[in-house]
Write a protein that binds this ligand. Structure first.
Ligand code: IPM
Ligand code: MG
Length: 366
């Protein structure tokens, strides 16, 4: 198979972690006889430096021409980087929001799975961890607060700012359908998270989700308020299978879910539209504090590449091969610093490695 992959290395640790994912893809290509062509796309801070814009029209066109896009991370240190002196719509994050919107990537899948080998890195108590957990956050990605009308203005001599949270029924329906479809392939449970005790947009969300649920009598639906969901995620994460939620709640809960699984460095993600195209990226940020040190965990990006193999190219066997290789490397005790056992836990048989070594080990185990 011949696949065209757009590659956005981005900022911070982005280039380091993407290099490892590309290495893994190339090894998969060699082993299973596929050719992956890469087209480098600028986005984020590096694009601002080169072009003055976080996302150019040309970059969007390049992404559209690709079969799928692999992304590292974008953004820098908000306190020190000159990018954050720019107006909000010219900053690195605007590039990411822009590409999601331009490519209609409304469905963001963030699987959060606790590798049993990483129980020691999980901050939760052993009795809560039990035999582990495995959930998937289905986050709506092109609506809600992040795309609503917003303004900072002066009213009666005082500065005020507002953001608006709007969803229409079609936007809710299409993401709900994705959640129920995927739940069918998992443990057939959807927890729809909202704030229906306060927000109108959440009350509409609940109504439409219930309408969709009527077509999936084999899938259990429950509703949960977002504050309770944040609490349940650390109290009893086992209860969750698919968590369906709007953009901002999904942003917040997916970071929380990542910590529950040991580290944000393990959390992959896929952003999909109605076609086979997808944008694949680790859920974590650009981590400017550790950029260039060679210590970032590349596993989330490598697992995102595996999601690309599965969702955009239908190469399920190859995707499993990547996941299995990751698991074997963890079995052998190799860890990047973020997934080292928590203080006080047993570290015999554990070897700390850097970004590149972790990538090499995963390639060796393919
Ligand atoms: C994420 C990130 C982005 C988001 C930021 C960088 C705009 O936090 O992908 O979760 O909020 O979606
Ligand atoms: Mg986030």
């Amino acid at each position: 198979m011949d696949c065209n992959i757009g590659v956005i290395r981005g900022d911070g640790i982005g280039p380091e972690i993407v290099a490892e994912a590309v290495k893994v893809l190339d090894a998969i290509g060699a082993k299973y006889n596929h050719t992956f062509h890469y087209d480098e796309i600028l986005m984020g801070g590096c694009s601002i430096d080169a072009t003055g814009e976080p996302l150019t029209k040309e970059a969007i066109e390049q992404a559209k021409r690709a079969d799928a896009v692999l992304l590292g991370s974008i953004g820098g240190d908000a306190k020190t980087s000159p990018w954050y002196k720019l107006p909000a719509d010219k900053r690195p994050e605007a590039g990411l929001l822009g590409i999601r919107k331009a490519l209609h990537l409304f469905a963001n899948l963030r699987p959060a799975y606790l590798y049993s080998q990483l129980n020691e890195a999980c901050p939760l108590r052993d009795d809560i961890i039990g035999d582990g957990f495995d959930m998937l956050i289905m986050r709506e990605l092109t609506g809600g607060l992040y795309f609503g009308k917003r303004e900072t203005r002066e009213v009666n001599g005082k500065i005020e700012a507002y953001d608006t949270l709007t969803y229409n029924e079609d936007e809710i329906r299409r993401i709900a359908i994705k959640a129920f479809d995927i739940a069918r392939k998992r443990r057939s449970k959807v927890t729809s998270v909202d704030k229906a005790n306060v927000l109108d947009s959440s009350r509409l969300w609940r109504k439409i989700v219930e309408e969709v649920a009527a077509d999936y009598s084999d899938v259990t639906l429950e509703h949960m308020l977002v504050d309770n969901a944040a609490m349940q995620l650390v109290r009893d994460p086992k209860q969750f299978d698919v968590i369906l939620t709007e953009n901002m709640f999904g942003d917040i809960l997916s970071d929380e879910a990542s910590m529950v699984t040991g580290s944000i460095g393990m959390l992959s993600s896929a952003s999909l539209n109605e076609t086979k195209f997808g944008l694949y990226e680790p859920s974590g940020g650009s981590a400017p504090d550790i950029a260039g040190k060679g210590i970032a965990n590349p596993i989330a990006t490598i697992l995102s590449a595996a999601m690309m193999l599965m969702y955009s190219f239908d190469l399920d066997e190859e995707a499993y091969a990547v996941e299995t290789a990751v698991s074997k490397v963890l079995d052998e005790g190799y860890r990047t610093i973020d997934i080292m056992p928590a203080p006080g836990k047993d570290t015999s048989n554990i070897t700390q490695v850097g970004t590149k070594k972790m990538g090499d080990l995963i390639v060796e185990h393919l």
